[in-house]
Design a protein around this ligand. Structure first.
Ligand SMILES: [Zn+2]
Length: 296
């Protein structure tokens, strides 16, 4: 289904990134302003990009709206290589719905289950997705933090075991692996979160499948660059874009308060344009860190 829209799979983008030692950014969108903010940054820097819609986003906007926003993005910027990806799909039926409507890749997040159950759930999605050439991301280990419908306490979180990763990939047939190496969803408690680069190297030595870093908002530039150099091929950013969006709306509202004596600006385009532009700025910075600029 997705091929007629001109989308690439995340696997295609990741394999090229792996070979050339950079990472492709996956940025979340739920609406027009976010997808415009993302695609403008990618087009300006000639970077491939992964348009990520979470399970929660499909509930918010409706999957069909998200697909058509992505189709419009591709039509408007035909030179930009892009994938439309389901982020944190929680069950087979959500993955199937996205595949049937035109997503080029899906993530099935069964990381809360024991290994065998995780494998089983991923395999079910892989068998369906691969019939249509759609690529599948799985997750092993559990990231601390909150993202949409995923909520993991510190006690429940767990780092990815390299040997288990090898078994997981072989048995499930997934195309890329999201790993837990100290990264976490949402806001970090510290400015310099601990990233276990040794573990990343060990995982990289055990598997040839592209590796994905979730929860990368708030990880400083040098750590991101180092992770990409060692072998991360896809980096997910959501929180930093959301924060920039929120900050700009706050600024706008505060500088345009309701006042009985003055006309009020109530045009959503005026309110949301600075927020959209702030997303573009955040993403341009991330693309530079990931090294994906001029890779089209
Ligand atoms: Zn995530």
């Amino acid at each position: 289904m997705f091929k007629k829209y001109g989308f690439k799979t995340t696997k295609e983008l990741e394999v090229k990134a792996t070979k050339e030692n950079y990472a492709v950014g996956a940025f979340n969108f739920n609406n027009l302003e976010q997808i415009l903010g993302i695609i403008k940054a990618a087009a300006e820097l000639n970077s491939p990009v992964i348009l990520a819609a979470s399970h929660g986003a499909t509930k918010y906007a409706g999957t069909i709206f998200l697909v058509h926003l992505a189709i419009a993005a591709k039509k408007k910027f035909p030179n930009v290589e892009m994938a439309l990806h389901l982020d944190h799909g929680l069950d087979f039926s959500k993955c199937k719905e996205c595949i049937d409507l035109g997503f080029s890749s899906v993530m099935i997040d069964a990381s809360k289950y024991p290994l065998e159950e995780n494998i089983k759930k991923c395999k079910e999605v892989v068998e369906y997705a691969h019939k249509f050439g759609v690529s599948v991301e799985g997750e092993l280990g559990r990231l601390y933090g909150v993202e949409d419908e995923v909520n993991v306490s510190e006690a429940e979180s767990a780092m990815t075991d390299p040997k288990e990763a090898e078994i997981f990939i072989e048995k499930s047939g997934i195309d890329s692996l999201a790993i837990s190496i100290g990264n976490s969803h949402g806001l970090y408690k510290t400015d310099n979160p601990f990233i276990d680069f040794e573990r990343l190297k060990e995982i990289k030595d055990c598997v040839s499948t592209p590796l994905v870093l979730h929860g990368a908002s708030g990880i400083p530039e040098d750590s991101i660059r180092k992770a990409c150099k060692i072998g991360i091929s896809k980096v997910n950013i959501d929180t930093e874009c959301r924060l920039a969006f929120r900050r700009e709306i706050d600024k706008f509202i505060h500088s345009n308060p309701f006042d009985d004596h003055k006309p009020i600006t109530y045009d959503p385009r005026k309110i949301l344009t600075p927020a959209l532009e702030s997303i573009t700025e955040v993403i341009k910075m991330k693309i530079k860190w990931f090294g994906s600029g001029n890779k089209l």
